[in-house]
Design a protein around this ligand. Structure first.
Ligand code: GH3
Ligand code: MG
Ligand code: MG
Ligand code: MG
Length: 304
């Protein structure tokens, strides 16, 4: 459900200050792959960090302002872009240059003038490897019990969205969700019964947020987290209420709950605009505090 659809074309970002070079490469590759272009380093970095990053970057070296080596260095330094493979395509054909380019983390170094079939073959090989890396990466970010995203995916997404929100001054919302009286549930229905309950609650939570960057993850035990980038408080509150009522709608019996006859969740919501000097951890602490308030106030409710 989370894996890339095989029908989706992989995309290549071509970075070159020469329009002629861009057109030549684009012409060569456009039938097989989706093409993005940038005629300077800053634009390339922006596209690489965007919500739909390329699967491969073909990078010129000699460009005014920021050269290709610097672009590659920055791509490899950022956790958001470091896994995008970079191939230098350049007229700088000395062994020293090639060695330097590869030492920056590029996976390949192609010198101009290019041989079109060889460029195509190398691009194809690297994109094939990228596809399998993506599949592996994806499966290591799925929670084994519930099939939704796991803590690792959540931590990565939070760190990426925190940076983005900090840079653009946008609102980030986080909802922490905890099943009420789950210890009792395990006591009544056994650990396997508890596991089945976790699966159903996870799936019902997962089906609520609709935008591609919204994320519901199993945070740990019987706690879940819902991360909503670029989301204002009012909308996040509506999502939180929807999460709560979707779990109620499951009508899972919970005979030993001191609260009601069925499984319920408590939710803590925080919306904030990240400020310089704050750590991403801050939004978790705030949402946890709100969750504690919801528990204290009687559970089966949203607090903020
Ligand atoms: P509260 O309403 O205050 O949240 O009460 P609670 O009983 O849910 O809270 P507590 O954190 O004390 O209990 C969480 C329980 O969740 C304890 C643990 O046994 C259970 N749990 C955690 N992970 C799993 C799991 O993977 N499977 C099962 N079956 N139970 C789990
Ligand atoms: Mg150039
Ligand atoms: Mg708990
Ligand atoms: Mg609990």
């Amino acid at each position: 459900m989370f894996l890339m659809k095989s029908s989706e074309k992989q995309s290549i970002l071509i970075v070159d200050d020469s329009r002629t070079n861009i057109m030549a490469l684009a012409e060569l590759l456009k039938d097989e792959w989706a093409i993005k272009i940038a005629n300077n380093g800053a634009t390339a970095l922006r596209i690489a960090e965007s919500k739909s990053p390329p699967d491969l970057i073909l990078l010129d070296v000699m460009m005014p302002e920021m050269d290709g080596y610097e672009v590659c260095k920055r791509l490899k330094e950022s956790p958001i872009t470091k896994d995008i493979p970079v191939i230098f395509v350049t007229a700088m054909d000395s062994l020293e240059n090639e060695e330097f380019g590869l030492s920056l983390g590029a996976i390949d170094y192609i010198t101009k003038p290019i041989s079109p079939p060889i460029v195509k073959a190398r691009v194809r090989n690297h994109l094939e490897l990228k596809k399998y890396r993506d599949i592996l990466k994806e499966s290591s970010r799925i929670d084994g019990l519930t099939g939704i995203s796991n803590r690792r995916r959540f931590d990565e997404a939070l760190s990426a969205e925190w940076r983005r929100a900090l840079r653009y001054g946008s609102s980030l919302s986080l909802i922490m969700i905890d099943i009420d009286h789950f210890k009792n549930y395990n006591d009544s229905y056994g650990h396997l019964g508890g596991d089945e309950c976790l699966r159903q609650v996870a799936q019902s939570l997962h089906s609520i947020p609709k935008r591609p960057l919204d994320l519901v993850a199993r945070y740990g035990g019987e706690e879940f987290a819902c991360l909503l980038p670029e989301t204002e408080f009012t909308w996040a509150l509506k999502i939180a209420e929807d999460l709560r009522s979707n779990v109620l709608a499951l009508q899972l019996p919970h005979k030993s709950s001191p609260l009601s006859e069925q499984v319920t969740v408590s939710l803590g919501l925080t919306t904030l605009i990240p400020q310089k000097g704050q750590e991403a951890q801050f939004i978790i602490e705030e949402a946890d505090r709100a969750l504690y308030t919801a528990k204290e106030a009687g559970r089966n409710q949203v607090s903020w």
